[in-house]
Design a binder for this molecule. Sequence first.
Ligand code: C2E
Ligand code: CA
Ligand code: CA
Length: 725
Amino acid sequence: MAVAVFGASIYKLPTQKIGVNLIFLALATIFFSTFSQIQLPRTKIHITVSDILIFVSLLTYGGEISVILAMTENLITSISFRRKGINIKVRTMFLNSSIAGIATFITAILGGYIFGPITQVAKSGEIADLAGLLLFMAVSQFLVNTLFITIISTAKSDKSVWRVWYEYCLNGLVIFVACAIIAGIIVNGLYKIDPILILVSVAGAITVYFTYRRYTDDVKITAAKAEQSERERAEEAEKHIEQLQLHIAQQEITEKALRESREKFKHAAYHDALTDLPNRSLLTKHLQFLMERAKETGGYNFAVLFLDLNRFKMINDSLGHFTGDSIILGVAMRLASLTRKEDMVARLNGDEFAIILNGVMSIDDIIHFAELVKRKLSLPFTLDERQIFTSVSIGIVIGDESYEGAEDLLRDADIAMYKAKKSDKHYSIFDKNMQTRAVTLLEVETDLRYAIQGNELVAYYQPIVDLQSMKLIGFEALMRWNHPKRGLVSPVDFIPVSESTGLIVPMTLWILRDSCEKLAKWNKQFPDKKPLMMSVNLSGKHFAQDNLVAQIKQILKDTKVHPNCLKLEITESAVMENAEAAISILNQLRRIGIQLSIDDFGTGYSSLSYLHRFPIETLKIDRSFVSAMDQGSENGEIVRTVIALAKALKLNIIAEGIETIHQLHQLRILGCQYGQGFLFSKPVPMQEAEALLEDSERWKNIMPQENVHVLQNNEPEKIIHLNSL
Ligand code: C2E
Ligand code: CA
Ligand code: CA
């Protein structure tokens, strides 16, 4: 269509009209088309000042020239758009140009048809006609232009033709009308050559143009602003959401960490750090739970095994804590492997473990399990290619309704374990008799601590007699406990407790100092006599003390006692338990000049092969052999052998527990040098010992007065045995 319109316009071009004015108009049109485009807001219509000039051209030069001008102008507008970087396809450029040409063509044809030759209407000066024509031209241009635009736009969208036209094009009508009116004024002014009118209309046109431009710019700016703030709001919202999500994520992390640390703390509170086994708290808690459940259901079917490793302290001390820890870990693993899911293995402390056996059927089952544990733990642990052996003592307690709390059960299992330590089987099942004994021991321990501070300990002295001259040569200091409620307590009842608690160390130091003071006093008091000897018993526990030698030295120095006058009695078993350390300490003591004696000889290891390694002077034959001498020659043989051995080793011999003249007689015949026993005197307090010193030769005539002496001295000591309480 556009080609036809263009062709027709060229063909019928009124060449006579071409002149300076037309060229000027054409140039102005092209000029304005490139510089003054306005995109109508919310429309698809571009309008330029040159559109006014198209109207001017229509009114003054008619359709043909105007069609060419409009098409050219439109093409140039599109080109200038492209130059500005706006993407307009070539097809669109020609389309726009075509629409402009067709619209102008139709407007000119219809205008001429309705109003007569349109160039005449403007020339005639009839304002009413001109106004009608202008209105018509505006509407016609508008309709034809928008019709095409609408058709094309609708094809690309899903809206109706009417809707598109209404939304995007209707606004443009006013512009077309305005342009037409301005064009009318210009043309009218041109014809009347009224310069003022022309000026007014040009000013009007410029005002309209700039006002409109301002308006469109404003609209654009507001729209842009709105869009910008909308975008910012969206960004803000997005940022906010992001922050929120971040916050939530952080909160979750913190919560998780908190939960984890809470669990960790909880775990640590109920587990042992080294083995990760449940600790005493968790064990007690679980036991309490089992007891409560059993109380409800009446079914007591659990047992507690209390385990203590034997000789663990020795492993720890001699091989180091690292090895000790490795052994503990190994034990923990073995125990865990022996138990089922429903059981519990716990580490109580140090080398103590406990096992709760749940759902046990019979005592046989428990014993079977205990033996299994015993066997498994007696297998060696291999550490750094070295094999380490340990063994275990197991105390067993079976849950029943008599137990109030978990601690009671554990206490009894502990008591049974102590019993087990002394048993060959290495395990022991708790019975009520054990408890009474244990409670007494516990009381003894508590009281004994006060005893040391409260001067309740006393030393008794038993004389030692030279069996040849029958003269008193010294004393053995023996400890007594003057208990405020129980009276005089026998050392048999408190020495073992003091050894297991370590109290024996300060107690020994006390009796050493006390008896050295007495010795110094007596030696001063009876200067004419040969210096007295004082024997003091030394517990095996001292061999673990490295400052023992220094402490004894200090006591000797303080009391001014000559070391030769002090004799320490050590039992064989005490030496053998810790032979190397003992020998080293004994050597040190010997070097100072202190005398050493093996006590209770014959009852312990009697490893004669060791005897020569001990730096001792004296053997003290145990009471049991002496008392057995009465019963026949076979028992007498032992004493004879011991005395012979002592002589061969150049050792002195003391016989202890001499009660009868017969024993004394025998011993003298066998060549035993020294003796001690009730026949001479029971252990006595200090004042009585002094009385014996005053009369130190009282035993000279013991033989003829045999009966009298035996009767007098065989009266039992008034010592209460705790066992019999
Ligand atoms: P022990 O060292 O063998 O002491 C000799 C024990 O035999 C004393 O008992 C003494 O009273 C008793 N005895 C002495 N002669 C006769 C006798 O003719 N017949 C009878 N039946 N017994 C006699 P005691 O004083 O009851 O001491 C018992 C044990 O307690 C001691 O045996 C010793 O192992 C320990 N002990 C006593 N005092 C101390 C001490 O200060 N330190 C240490 N570590 N142990 C002590
Ligand atoms: Ca002794
Ligand atoms: Ca003894």
